[in-house]
Design a protein around this ligand. Structure first.
Ligand code: NAD
Length: 370
């Protein structure tokens, strides 16, 4: 019994639901963290290594992200413990089973995440209509295809550079992960004159201090090939890329890739996390002391959820990019300036802003504790 409440604090989580269905083999967890600002909106992740703890941390990150972005949504996350590359019939069966099992949890809205995509959301839509990130044919805005999160990362980068000691044009960027977020941020930043010096995916990494050709890398990705087969660069066995000298480091793959154990190897002046919880709190503190700007993940990678919330509210695709730009730019600037003026961590400044909004929302509730 005690274990169920191990994560509780003043904000949540409101509920944790475990789902097991022997027929499909479904093992899933939903964490609805906080719903003071509206129904929880957060992705459904599929992976063999997902855990309840990770699900809770990701759900909390969504509460903060949605509040900081000024969305009328609380935070939640769902995870399915299974191989996302399993046969497609199996994947459909598992995902439909999860959606069906959570049909009555009406304060959670499904969205895509690692291991799930628009097709998965279409299956969920067939089981329960509380879902965003649908294919265009079903009225969705394909946030991964258009690069919604990457668009926010580009604007966060451009804003943060005003506080750094290098120019945008000619700046060197390392990107870990070359999926929906990684490849699109490479595309957007490259167009702004940034030089992509190293990229990695699950199968390997490639580095070239003179710059990699982004359209060629994008073509490899569209053919389903690893960036490690890119010919004009040195192949690296270590996909972490933490040792590669650069100005900007963008994690766009997994959680916990910069930790207190490896943080001193990082050679960048600016870290812009596309991935959620990619930098541990201890590593963020060390970076802060060293004068490295490590932007809070939930401030800079909110483009996807802003897009999802706009889809939910019935907005059209062309309205999305200007809103992401405005929200991410102003929040990035606010957090950097608040951190500098108050001498606090960037994350502390960001959390203060988000938590104040959540507590204000909670104060309007019948069950208010604030
Ligand atoms: P994706 O599945 O499209 O891409 C993930 C990429 O990371 C792939 O290229 C994969 O090969 C690579 N990768 C996986 N493990 C790796 C490892 N150990 N080393 C190096 N590369 C590795 O996922 P995505 O949608 O691009 O999301 C990436 C990250 O960004 C995730 O943490 C996700 O939660 C976060 N995020 C995504 C969005 C979004 O809009 N898609 C929004 C916010 C946050």
């Amino acid at each position: 019994m005690d274990d169920c409440f191990v994560f509780c604090d003043e904000l949540g989580p409101a509920k944790i639901v475990h789902v097991y269905e022997p027929k499909s083999g479904l093992k899933g967890t939903l964490v609805v963290d906080n719903v003071a600002l509206g129904p929880a909106l957060g992705g459904m992740r599929m992976g063999t290594d997902v855990t309840t703890r990770e699900c809770f941390r990701l759900a909390r990150a969504m509460s903060l992200k949605n509040a900081a972005a000024g969305l009328a949504h609380g935070g939640g996350k769902s995870v399915i413990q299974a191989d996302p590359n399993c046969p497609i019939e199996k994947k459909e069966q598992i995902i439909r089973a999860m959606a069906s099992a959570l049909r009555d949890v009406n304060d959670y809205i499904f969205a895509p995440d690692m291991g799930t995509d628009e097709r998965c959301m279409a299956w969920i839509n067939d089981e329960t209509e509380r879902v965003v990130g649908l294919p265009r044919e079903l009225g969705g805005i394909p946030l991964d295809e258009i690069g919604a999160t990457a668009w926010g990362l580009k604007h966060a980068t451009e804003t943060a550079i005003e506080f750094c000691h290098f120019e945008l044009s000619g700046a060197r960027v390392v990107i870990q992960g070359f999926g929906n977020v990684g490849k699109n941020v490479a595309r957007f930043l490259n167009r702004s004159g940034v030089v992509v010096v190293a990229v990695a995916d699950i199968d390997g990494a490639v580095v070239n201090a003179n710059g990699l050709n982004v359209p060629d890398l994008m073509e490899l990705a569209s053919e389903g090939k690893s960036v490690s087969v890119y010919p004009d660069g040195e192949k690296l066995v270590n996909r972490n890329l933490i040792d590669v000298p650069c100005d900007i480091w963008i994690p766009a793959a997994q959680p916990d890739v910069i930790t207190k154990e490896n943080v001193n190897r990082l050679k960048a002046e600016l870290v812009v996390p596309g991935a959620n919880i990619a930098v541990t709190p201890e590593a963020e503190e060390i970076l802060h002391e060293k004068g490295v700007l490590c932007l809070p993940d939930f401030i800079v990678n909110s483009g996807g959820v802003i897009c999802a919330a706009m889809e939910h509210a019935g907005a059209c695709e062309s309205a999305v990019f200007p809103v992401i730009e405005e929200k991410v730019t102003s929040n990035t600037r606010h957090v950097i300036e608040a951190s500098m003026s108050k001498g606090i961590l960037l994350r502390a400044a960001a959390e203060k802003m988000a938590v104040e909004r959540i507590k204000k929302g909670m104060s309007y509730k019948r069950w208010s504790v604030f």
